[in-house]
Structures are given as C-alpha cells and as structure tokens.
Design a protein around this ligand. Sequence first.
Ligand code: NAP
Length: 333
Amino acid sequence: MPEIPPSVRALVADASGPATTLDLRTLPAAELGEGDVGIAVSWSGVNYKDGLASRKDGRVARIDPLVPGVDLAGTVVEPDGSGLRAGQPVLAHGYDLGVAHHGGYAEYARVPAGWVVPLPAGLSERQAMTLGTAGFTAALSVLALEEHGLAPGDGDVLVTGATGGVGSVAVSILAGRGHRVTAVTGKPDAGDWLRALGAAEVVDRAAVGDPSRPLQRERWAGAVDCVGGEMLAAVLASLRYGAAVAASGNTGGTGLPTTVFPFILRGASLLGIDSVQCPIERRREVWTRLAGDLRPPALDDLATDEVGLDGVPGALERVLAGGARGRTLVRVR
Ligand SMILES: NC(=O)c1ccc[n+]([C@@H]2O[C@H](COP(=O)([O-])OP(=O)(O)OC[C@H]3O[C@@H](n4cnc5c(N)ncnc54)[C@H](OP(=O)(O)O)[C@@H]3O)[C@@H](O)[C@H]2O)c1
C-alpha cells in the first residue's frame, strides 16, 4: 500500500480575491494538515455545506485556501499507530473536515484518528458516500424521533426538503422502518421519484400550512426538517399532541417565526440534530446501524449524479440553488 505521495491533486477554494475561486491544483502533501491517519480518498459527496464553504458569503470556511468536502471515504495508507491498518476502508465527516481542515475533494487526506469511522461491513465506499453527511444526519433525525417515542403505525411522519440529501435519505429510512411518510417538496416533477423511495404521499411546500398561524390542525406524528425558517414554524404548528420535529438545517432560512403555543398547549418537542460534533463513539455506532437496521432500502437509487473533481464547481452551484435531487457523488480517483 503506497504512502501519501509528495504532491496531491486537489480542488482548492481560494478566498484571497474579491470572490472565492475553485481550481484544480497540485498541493504539497505537507500542506494536507495535521493528523495521524493518511487516507487515499476514493469518494466524496456534494453537500449544501460544501456549497457554502466555497463562497465568501457562506461564512463556513475557516481556513484559506481550503480543500472543501465535508465527507470522504477511502482506504488507510498511513495508519501511524491509530489502531487502523493499511488498506482498511474507512470514512470521515464533520468536525473541521472541509471547513477548517482540508477535506474530501483531494486524492489524499490526513486526519486525526478520532475522526475516522471504520467502514461497516455491508457498505462499499461508494455507498458510504451515497449516504454521506446527509444520510448520517437523516439517521440521527430518525433515531431522535424514535427515541422520543415515535413508532410505526403512529401516523404520518413529515419530511421537508424531501428531494435533498438529508430529506431523501430520511424518506427511505423511515419507510424502511415501517413509518408512513409524507414528503414535502418544491419540485413539482419529483413525485414519482419520492414515491419510489417510499413516500406514501407527496405534497407541495405551500400545503404544509400557514406559518403565521401559531396552531393548526394536528397532522404529524413526527417530522424530519432540514429547511428551517417558516417551514419549521408551520411544521411545529401542525404537530400532533406530544409529537416532535427533528431539526437539522436552514435551506429555507435561519429564523424561526413561531410562538410558545405548540410547546405549551400541545407538548410539542423541537429536537436539535448536529452531525458535526457528534461524538465519535455515537458516530461509529450509527454508521454500523446504517449498514444494518437503518439501511435505506432505496440506498442505490439515492445516488442520482456522479462527477469528477472537475465537475464539483457546477454541482455546488446546483446544490446552493436548491436544485439537488438525492445525492451527487464525487469520484475522486
Ligand atoms: N445539522 C447538521 O448536522 C446537518 C448535517 C447535514 C446537513 N445539514 C443542513 O441541512 C440542510 C439540507 O442539507 P442537504 O445536504 O440535504 O441539502 P440539499 O441536498 O441541498 O437539500 C435541501 C433541500 O431543501 C429544499 N429547499 C431548498 N431551498 C428551499 C427553500 N428556500 N425553502 C424550502 N425548501 C427549500 C429543497 O428540497 P425540495 O425541493 O424537495 O423542497 C432542497 O433539495 C442544509 O441547511 C444543511 O446545511 C445540517
């Protein structure tokens, strides 16, 4: 198994000019960053946060220049006392990866051992990145709802931003576990695809409710929301008594124009979901379950596009414009 070579091909975001540029460059391996473990990266993914990390107004990148890519899968080439072995398939995501430490859009990565998840049996490196940060976040969301008490047969579970990465994986995981899923989308032509993933119903964003009404008809036994803003307010107002929404994102806004009424009159719960700082023990356990009881039945249908490093800038534009459907994979080598 080769070690990291002296120079590495990488997609670099450079914010030194008036706007951030994204270019393929050759980086000296010494600039890959601190870490015990060298990884030959095979696959990465395209996430909303990767789009933000490649723009000045995204306010996500904390080093300049930066190799974006908040998730990666590959094989260990330099285990360096980490307990991992050369040739072992692994994945990593979150922590500082792709925001304050060079990420997955490079042929090799060097990361702290405490960020590394051994690839669970039953998942290929490509399938791990089909799930990626988005799929892991969807799994955390489903677990949070079930740990709060949601069980199959309780009623409709709403998934917002349903065609995106977090949303589409959540639809498939929930359906696979026997929940009846209502998928919310702004894409009028996405109904058949969402039903194929397991949604029982597909509704337009506007049908979720009027965000200005603090309480609405009790409809949802639970909800996975990655949109935030007025959508999250409308979801809170229409949860059934005692139900919860797992909130992870802000593609629809960072504000939350709600009132206390869903909480004090309906016992609603707002469950915050964070994949970035999720402790490594929990992270490894959830990934093992993603290869097992949380595995989305539609896993291979969730990868809708595949690009090389040179195709990443266009894919990042699409994800920022809300045009994502499923997961775009990045074939790094
Ligand atoms: N908390 C965490 O740890 C964590 C982890 C991963 C992601 N996130 C966050 O979760 C969100 C989704 O991430 P992702 O990777 O799934 O992104 P994505 O693939 O771009 O999906 C987001 C989806 O949101 C919907 N959407 C976009 N703009 C919208 C708007 N203005 N109003 C309502 N809906 C809108 C679209 O779905 P439809 O067209 O189907 O409606 C879009 O496909 C992002 O905010 C991301 O930063 C958080």
